[in-house]
Design a protein around this ligand. Structure first.
Ligand code: NDP
Ligand code: DXP
Ligand code: MN
Length: 372
């Protein structure tokens, strides 16, 4: 019986995690649930799964009389807990992730911003305290699956990108697209922030950063290839030229379930299968850098290191929200992140305190710029 805590249980990944829990009722005991503003859904989840602990960023303890109101940072360290799903959005997931690893837990990590902000720190915590990071994001999960049983040199990692909703939009029209257009992802149904990041390809840069840290692959061996069908979730090329790929219909329940049951693969009828009764095309196109200026900006910040990646992530979080709120245009996302990065005096970024300090500075500065 897996004793699990789900942080971000009301979000896209959190809800799909609970779908997996529902599909295997004898395999899980839900110890804790945590969410932000969707109190109605959180209450329904508490009634259904009866966790001993709950956290809400928006509601008070009195709203959850059946569970102990427990901060996320504490909930993940409870001795009874053995698995933590971090399905939070943004930098709020960093401290719970580090605490869970420090307490030796299995951390199914969907929340990619903490890896962008502090990838080395997360890997150091894993090595120091015996906790384990289990990738959930579909591309790192695909790479992880391709690497099973391999002890060979990796020549290249090929991360696939759908290209987002503006893959074929005339370049001169992209600057002024609306939030509604940008939220129309061609293949995946996800939370709003990651959907906008997929349109700008900031999401793909974040996945390059995840891959670098999670699998210790040098930057120059990681490439992105545009694959509009999102059927291949990523590929690994070995020294002999052989390329392994992981395929499946775009549905996050598969990588979620893989992380929760690793190394077992269990049948689950709710996960769609590759339909071989229809014909499929698998296309690959090179990335057009001019179409996605956020991509190279983000990779440059990641390679510079220090606290630049934390600033990148925080500025992007503010910029995406400002775009969704109508405060800046689509082209403003890139400009806001670039401006915030250019004003930053980097710290070594070797401690959580330094990373969180940079995160707070960048959020405040980006907010000022967006408001001005
Ligand atoms: N969605 C997807 O398919 C994929 C997502 N990811 C990554 O997974 C993470 C989650 O994404 P997604 O599920 O789409 O995001 P959503 O926005 O759908 O969900 C975010 C969750 O975090 C909760 N939350 C936000 N702020 C707080 C807070 N301060 N305290 C407690 N809970 C909070 C939200 O609560 P509430 O809704 O109640 O406010 C919600 O439950 C992101 O890092 C994303 O990049 C990676 C691969 C695929
Ligand atoms: C489902 C998932 O893992 C997302 O991160 C997905 O990759 C988004 O699609 P694109 O970023 O390729 O558009
Ligand atoms: Mn992904």
């Amino acid at each position: 019986m897996r004793k699990i805590v789900v942080l971000g249980s009301t979000g896209s990944i959190g809800r799909q995690t609970l779908d997996i829990v529902r599909a295997f009722p004898d395999e899980f005991e839900v110890i804790g649930l945590a969410a932000g503003t969707n109190t109605k859904l959180l209450k329904e989840q508490v009634a259904e799964f009866q966790p001993a602990h709950v956290w809400s960023a928006a509601a008070g303890a009195g709203e959850f009389p059946t569970a102990a109101f427990t901060p996320m940072e504490e909930m993940v360290t409870l001795p009874r807990v053995d698995q933590v799903m971090v399905a939070l959005m943004g930098s709020v997931g960093l401290t719970p992730t580090l605490n869970a690893l420090a307490a030796g837990k299995q951390v199914a990590l969907s929340n990619k911003e903490p890896i962008v902000m502090a990838g080395k720190l997360i890997k150091d915590f894993e090595a120091l305290y015996g906790g384990r990071v289990l990738p959930v994001d579909s591309e790192p999960s695909a790479i992880w699956q391709c690497l099973q049983g391999e002890d060979n040199e990796i020549l290249r990692i090929l991360i696939t990108a759908s290209g987002g909703p503006f893959r074929t939009t005339p370049l001169e029209d992209i600057e002024n697209v609306t939030p509604e257009q940008a939220l129309r992802h061609p293949t995946w149904k996800m939370g709003q922030k990651i959907t906008i990041d997929s349109a700008t390809l900031m999401n793909k840069a974040f996945e390059v950063i995840e891959t670098h840290w999670l699998f210790s692959v040098p930057w120059e061996r990681i490439e992105v290839v545009v694959h509009p069908q999102s059927t291949i979730h990523s590929m690994v090329e070995f020294a002999d030229g052989s390329v392994k790929a992981q395929l499946g219909p775009p549905d996050m329940r598969l990588p979620i379930q893989y992380a929760l049951f690793y190394p077992q693969r269990l049948p689950n009828s709710m996960i769609p299968r590759l339909d071989t009764s229809i014909s499929h095309s698998l296309n690959f196109d090179p990335l057009e850098p001019n179409r996605y200026p956020c991509f190279s900006l983000a990779i440059e910040a990641a390679r510079k290191g220090g606290t630049y990646p934390a600033v990148l992530s925080a500025a992007d979080e503010v910029a995406v929200q400002a775009f969704l709120d109508g405060k800046i245009g689509y082209g403003g996302i890139h400009h806001l992140v670039e401006q915030t990065l250019s004003e930053h005096d980097s710290l070594p970024g070797e401690t959580a305190e330094e990373v969180l300090q940079a995160d707070a500075w960048a959020s405040a500065r980006a907010f000022e710029l967006a408001s001005g």
